[in-house]
Design a protein around this ligand. Structure first.
Ligand SMILES: [Zn+2]
Length: 485
């Protein structure tokens, strides 16, 4: 047998010279340093590559995938990290993450967010441009972010810049600093430093971004339907989920998507709707795709997991905008995920602390909107996908390949192929997992997934050929800022 070493799920690793130099150990926290693993191949019986699952040996050199070989054709003497019965997926690419550092690092910081990412099989994330002070709307804002992440990140991090009123003329210089995309809001953002754009500013911004070839990510809700709905919601008990749901009608999303499709049709700039929740916007998206417009949409694990009918009074952990809607709406989102109208699923990991989340009062109308699920996205999506007859290949398309494509990382991230970064997630798709919010890695232990049973467990995460997470243990400082090439 050419294979020299076996990776055993019992963690009884033989001969791989895994020097685990423990720096510290406190509850729920430990570090591994100096992971000179020295493997030449990662291999497994269930490797997801090229749209199929099968046995494969992956040669890894200097952090890159350099060769794909049949499982048994590994040169004599090569050092092999074998995944055994685990699935080997590309690292998850999560293009919608709010890390509020600097400025609001008490909501979420680079160290905790990227630990959560590593534990969830995520090897690259893209940070959103608001919530930090300063926001990522200028070259200085972007470079301040880069400085804030230095030495703290467990996974690779790309930066999304912001399109706000007044900076449309400057997007070229922010883009030149290495942003991977731009984001704007069409309605209130919740923070003063980052305001929303009106139609004329959106039009100007989309034109400017089309000129440089940058994608524009859009929070698609429009103010007029929200303003009307706010009057109705004000008559309802703010501790009920019904009040929050009434305040964010589907019409706000539908009208925003309609506006955006019209602008894209005219300008031909690349636009992407983030966190779609309204199923009635799907027909607009379908038409845009049918026309071949440079347009796409994503949804999030929480819209695919929870239904408004199940949310109890005061449970503000479920609050996000747009809101989690009815079961029937969720079924329609799943249908769109399945047939490709929704191209990707990313978390919109958007934390805050407990006082901001109104965890005590349970007031939905005052609570911060946002759900932290960076560590749970893969498991949540896999749980639902599996129950609906989808496969792990579908999940890789939705959570690795499509997000990588959105941010210009095709061929480098989100795929097991020659030339890509050697980013892997060793995943047991059959394991049962019960979420305990207190052992999740993100900073503020608030989660609507608490006590929920899910399918799947991440055993190991490898970033550019180095193990950054293995069964509860982490390395430090392996992540890098990923600039646009
Ligand atoms: Zn977001």
């Amino acid at each position: 047998m050419a294979m020299t070493e076996l990776y055993c799920r019992s963690r009884n690793i033989t001969g791989l010279s895994l020097q685990k130099d423990r720096l510290s150990r406190k509850p729920g926290s430990s570090y591994i340093r100096g992971m000179a693993e020295g493997f030449d191949f990662v291999r497994g019986k269930h490797v997801v590559s090229g749209g199929t699952v099968g046995p494969l040996a992956i040669r890894v050199s200097r952090g890159k995938i350099t060769e794909l070989l049949p499982y048994d054709v590994v040169p004599a003497g090569a050092r092999v990290l074998d995944a055994g019965n685990l699935h080997v997926l590309p690292g998850i690419v999560d293009t919608h993450v709010h890390i509020n550092d600097p400025g609001r690092a008490h909501w979420e910081g680079f160290a905790t967010a990227t630990r959560a990412a590593a534990a969830g099989g995520v090897t690259m994330l893209m940070d959103m441009p608001l919530n930090s002070i300063p926001p990522t709307t200028t070259p200085n804002g972007l470079l301040t972010k880069v400085a804030a992440m230095d030495g703290k990140t467990h996974v690779d991090v790309g930066l999304c810049a912001g399109l706000v009123p007044g900076n449309a003329a400057n997007v070229r210089e922010v883009w030149a600093e290495g942003a991977l995309a731009f984001k704007c809001f069409l309605a209130e953002t919740g923070v003063d430093e980052f305001t929303y754009v009106k139609e004329d500013e959106l039009t100007r911004g989309l034109r400017g971004l089309a000129d440089v070839g940058a994608p524009l990510l859009v929070h698609a809700e429009l103010p007029p339907p929200l303003d009307d709905a706010a009057k109705l919601a004000a008559t309802l008990d703010p501790r009920t989920y019904a009040a929050w749901l009434a305040s964010r009608p589907k019409a706000a999303e539908d009208q925003a998507v309609d506006l955006l499709v019209r602008l894209v049709r005219d300008i031909r700039g690349r636009a992407h709707v983030v966190h779609l929740s309204s199923s009635t916007a799907l027909s607009l998206i379908e038409r845009a795709l049918h026309e071949g417009l440079p347009f796409s949409a994503e949804t999030c694990p929480h819209y695919l997991t929870f239904a408004s009918e199940e949310i109890a009074d005061g449970e503000t952990a479920y609050k996000c905008a747009p809101p989690i809607r009815e079961r029937d709406n969720q079924d329609k989102l799943w249908a769109a995920v399945k047939d490709g109208r929704i191209v990707q699923v990313v978390t919109d990991h958007s934390p805050s602390d407990a006082p901001m989340k109104c965890s005590e009062s349970g007031d939905f109308m005052k609570a911060w909107g946002g759900i932290s699920s960076l560590e749970l996205g893969l498991r949540a999506v896999w749980t639902g996908a599996r129950a609906r007859g989808m496969t792990i290949v579908d999940v890789v398309r939705l959570m690795c390949e499509a997000p990588a494509r959105l941010i210009g990382m095709t061929g480098r991230k989100g795929v097991i192929a020659v030339g890509a970064d050697a980013d892997f997630c060793f995943f047991d798709p059959d394991a049962d997992f019960v979420c305990d919010k207190d052992v999740l890695q993100h900073k503020n232990k608030i989660s609507p997934y608490d006590r929920r049973t899910m399918k799947g467990r991440v055993h190991r995460t490898i970033l550019r050929g180095t193990t950054i997470y293995e069964d509860g243990e982490f390395t430090l400082n392996q992540g890098q800022w990923v600039r646009r090439a």
